[in-house]
Design a protein around this ligand. Structure first.
Ligand SMILES: Nc1ncnc2c1ncn2[C@@H]1O[C@H](COP(=O)(O)OP(=O)(O)OP(=O)(O)O)[C@@H](O)[C@H]1O
Length: 274
């Protein structure tokens, strides 16, 4: 051994490394019938960063996430994942790209009829051809990685607390070691302590695995404590993309109300950044 243990290895922060674009969204629009939900959205996600995505309720954050994942059809624009235009991929190439993505949908979305171990193995079964003992071993590693106990492995979702379900869903999102994870409101429904612990876990995974994180959130604590940058969706497009400091400086009405409004003041988040 050269004395470097996996736990002592950390990946350099995005600022210190060359900015490798993992996801690039350019001028993307999405409509449902006559209703235009996204109207020329553009932004980039860089390797190793935690990007927080915010915007008014019903503004299109989930639609955007689902469009990036290929679950909604866009009317125009370009989406590049790892440099590949997703419209120009053959099915097999798309599959290889999908294997590099992990997703935690809102509300966890675990399969209620599968236990924790089996839930985590769903992506392994979908994309890989592994013997069962190896899948069990890998799933147990993921269970420990997200801070759950191997003793929980055979429990069903109905036997898990809200915080445990979020961790289980994260373990499933990490099942086949993706390079980027998409988290849709991962701390919603959690008490502040469980939410803060979840944020710490995400930050730790970024540090130790070099994970890139795209996080849709309404949670001001998450935005202030773990996000490197924030993108704000308004009127169907990204109206500001930058650091929390950029958000705090903005005079745009919604951004000002959100980041410097009553709730932010109650949490004294702005004060904590200074
Ligand atoms: N499959 C669909 N068909 C038609 N309209 C849809 C569909 N999915 C979403 N919408 C509409 O698109 C708009 C944006 O919804 P979306 O769920 O993306 O908002 P959001 O920003 O994620 O909201 P929230 O913060 O409340 O989760 C809403 O008006 C919604 O009704």
């Amino acid at each position: 051994m050269d004395g470097i243990s996996p736990t002592s290895m950390t990946f350099p922060k995005p600022k210190e490394r060359e900015r490798d674009v993992v996801l690039s969204v350019s001028d993307v629009s999405v409509s449902f019938g006559d209703a235009v939900v996204l109207d020329g959205v553009s932004f980039d996600v860089f390797r190793g960063e935690i990007l927080g995505f915010v915007g008014a309720t019903g503004g299109g954050k989930s639609v955007l996430l689902r469009t990036v994942l290929g679950l909604h059809r866009k009317t125009s624009g370009t989406i590049r994942l790892f440099g590949f235009d997703i419209d120009r991929l053959a099915d097999e190439e798309r599959l290889r790209i999908d294997m590099r993505l992990g997703v935690l949908f809102q509300h966890g979305a675990l399969f209620s009829s599968l236990n924790l171990l089996e839930n985590i193995q769903v992506p392994m079964r979908e994309y890989l051809d592994l013997p069962k003992p190896l899948m069990d071993e890998l799933a147990l590693l993921k269970i420990e990685l997200v801070g759950l106990s191997p003793g929980d492995a055979l429990k069903f979702p109905s036997e898990l607390s809200g915080g445990m379900i979020k961790r289980a869903a994260l373990a499933r999102a990490l099942s086949i070691d993706p390079e980027i994870v998409f988290l849709d409101e991962p701390t919603s429904g959690l008490d502040p302590i469980a939410a803060a612990e979840f944020d710490e876990l995400v930050a730790k995974l970024r540090e130790t695995m070099g994970l890139t994180v795209y996080m849709v959130t309404h949670d001001l604590d998450s935005l202030f404590s773990v996000c490197d940058r924030v993108a704000v969706l308004g009127d169907g497009r990204v109206i500001l993309e930058g650091t929390i400091e950029d958000m705090l400086r903005s005079e745009e009405l919604w951004i000002k109300a959100y980041f410097r409004g009553k709730r932010a003041r109650q949490l004294d988040l702005a004060g904590r950044r200074r």
